[in-house]
Design a protein around this ligand. Structure first.
Ligand SMILES: [Ca+2]
Ligand SMILES: [Ca+2]
Length: 199
């Protein structure tokens, strides 16, 4: 009888305590209080992405390209940059159909990263579609990040029709900025950009 009960229990969502939430891997975890911040109630319900290993927030890495990594090492991991564009003293370089970019020191403004230049953050946008082991990634509700990481260090709002809506969540200790882009979709509560800076 016991094995049958166990198999039934495994096929359904766990019943979590009042201060817990169901994770992407259908386990109960203690819920941080991030969902209590102003505007969290306006976010879409959290529906996690499929857990994956392409995105590591604490290390600041996406597909093996990490914050603080030498340009040459990023090229070794992701291949040649699709383009590096002009910016005074820096150049912005793009990979993965533009889904991954970073910027590098470029003192001579020739759009070639200087010798020894390293990434200043890893920036992710569509069509990049990697996910973390928590089932976080582009396209998930900002509410999922609040469930997993709790109260951000800073938040940004945009006012739409007199209502303050969350547009950015920043965990500076973790080195993670989560953004919903007003210009892209009028703030729909789903993540448009992830900025990784590592711990
Ligand atoms: Ca240069
Ligand atoms: Ca959005």
């Amino acid at each position: 009888m016991l094995p049958i009960l166990l198999s039934l229990a495994c096929s359904t969502l766990p019943e979590c305590g009042p201060d817990q939430y169901v994770t992407a891997t259908n386990e109960c975890a203690d819920s941080p209080s991030g969902l209590a911040i102003e505007g969290a109630d306006l976010l879409p319900a959290c529906d996690y992405a499929e857990p994956g290993d392409r995105l590591q927030f604490a290390a600041g890495c996406a597909d093996g390209a990490c914050d603080g990594m030498l340009y040459d090492d990023v090229v070794a991991v992701l291949g040649a940059a699709e383009e590096c564009t002009d910016s005074t003293s820096y150049t912005f370089c793009y990979w993965a159909d533009g889904g991954i970019h970073s910027f590098f020191d470029d003192a001579d403004d020739d759009q070639v990263p200087d010798a020894g230049a390293t990434t200043h953050g890893i920036f992710l946008e569509e069509p990049w579609d990697g996910t973390s082991e928590d089932g976080l990634g582009l396209g998930v509700s900002l509410g999922c990040f609040l469930e997993v990481y709790g109260v951000p260090d800073t938040v940004e709002y945009e006012e739409i029709d007199g209502v303050r809506q969350l547009s950015q969540l920043r965990w500076t200790g973790l080195g993670l900025f989560v953004e919903d882009d007003l210009e892209a979709d009028g703030l729909d509560g789903f993540t448009d950009e992830l900025d990784l800076f590592g711990r």
